[in-house]
Design a protein around this ligand. Structure first.
Ligand code: NAD
Length: 260
């Protein structure tokens, strides 16, 4: 049976990578989806491929009005909003704290925290009233870097810890009306982009090197693809998870048992 039949979903960063896989999986499970992304090309491809089950908004998660437009679009097109997936994010490519100049550090903080953290605040704020109406739920895409070091540099790691704090406080404040959870993927083969201020300080590696490194880092030795995580999102979004809130579901090949 379709787990998300008739559900209306708003997702950020759904034009690529993990977000795109979630959009496709949710539609397979019977949902209709509104996607906000800054990539107009990626959204165009999504529309061509998915047709009437999807609506798209070209916009930026750091702009509150763009989230308002997306929520309004979802409600106008599909009559309601049941689920928010705040997924858009950017990376620091393991930039080393000691190497980065104070100016680049400050620029990197502003850019990365604005997208990864403020983007989630804004998405939640814009969606909260509609989700209250449907007693819906929110899911944040966090990361293994939300728990452990070495999943990024200080900016990315701190931003993913911050998102977990946000989800826990929201789960507390919004109960009993809205469930708030997260999925924490481990290293995954996507186009996750490195923010410009840190580019001079990092080596961007090719996909094969990335795959080997991801495999080496997790006990199940999986070079994870976006599709490997969709089961976690479907579960948390569905009514089968009606007793789950404030939780982070790891989908990371077993980082918790990595050991020393
Ligand atoms: P991706 O680059 O393939 O997808 C991210 C999407 O977000 C893109 O479509 C991009 O255009 C969009 N986006 C970025 N900044 C935006 C902005 N300011 N406004 C609107 N859209 C914006 O990368 P991904 O790996 O699929 O990343 C998705 C999420 O997964 C991120 O939150 C990331 O931190 C998290 N994550 C990724 C990995 C990994 O190894 N790839 C691991 C753990 C968690």
């Amino acid at each position: 049976m379709a787990e998300l039949a008739g559900k209306s979903v708003y997702i950020t960063g759904g034009a690529s990578g993990i977000g795109k896989a979630v959009v496709e999986a949710f539609i397979k499970e019977g949902a209709v989806v509104t996607v906000l992304d800054r990539s107009a090309d990626g959204l165009g491809e999504l529309e061509q491929h998915l047709g009437d089950s999807v609506r798209t908004i070209t916009g930026d998660v750091t702009v509150y009005e763009d989230h308002q437009r997306a929520v309004q679009c979802a409600v106008e097109a599909f009559g309601k909003l049941d689920i928010l997936v705040s997924n858009a994010g950017v990376f620091d490519a393991f930039a080393k704290f000691v190497d980065v100049t104070p100016q680049a550090m400050s620029d990197a903080y502003d850019m990365l925290f604005n997208i990864n953290v403020k983007g989630s605040f804004f998405a939640a704020k814009a969606a909260v009233d509609e989700l209250k109406r449907t007693r819906g739920n929110m899911i944040f895409t966090v990361s293994g870097a939300g728990f452990y070091p070495d999943g990024g540099g200080v900016w990315y790691t701190a931003s993913k810890h911050a998102q977990i704090g946000l989800l826990r406080q929201l789960a507390f404040e919004l109960a009993p009306d809205i469930r708030v959870n997260a999925v924490a993927p481990g290293g995954t083969l996507t186009a996750l982009s490195v923010i410009p201020p840190l580019r001079p300080f990092v080596n961007v590696v090719d996909n094969e090197t990335k795959a080997k490194s991801i495999k080496r880092r997790n006990p199940l030795q999986i070079a994870m693809e976006p599709e490997d995580h969709v089961g976690a999102y479907v579960l948390l979004a569905s009514d089968k998870a009606r007793a789950i809130t404030g939780e982070v579901l790891a989908s990371d090949g077993g980082l918790v048992v990595r050991g020393l």
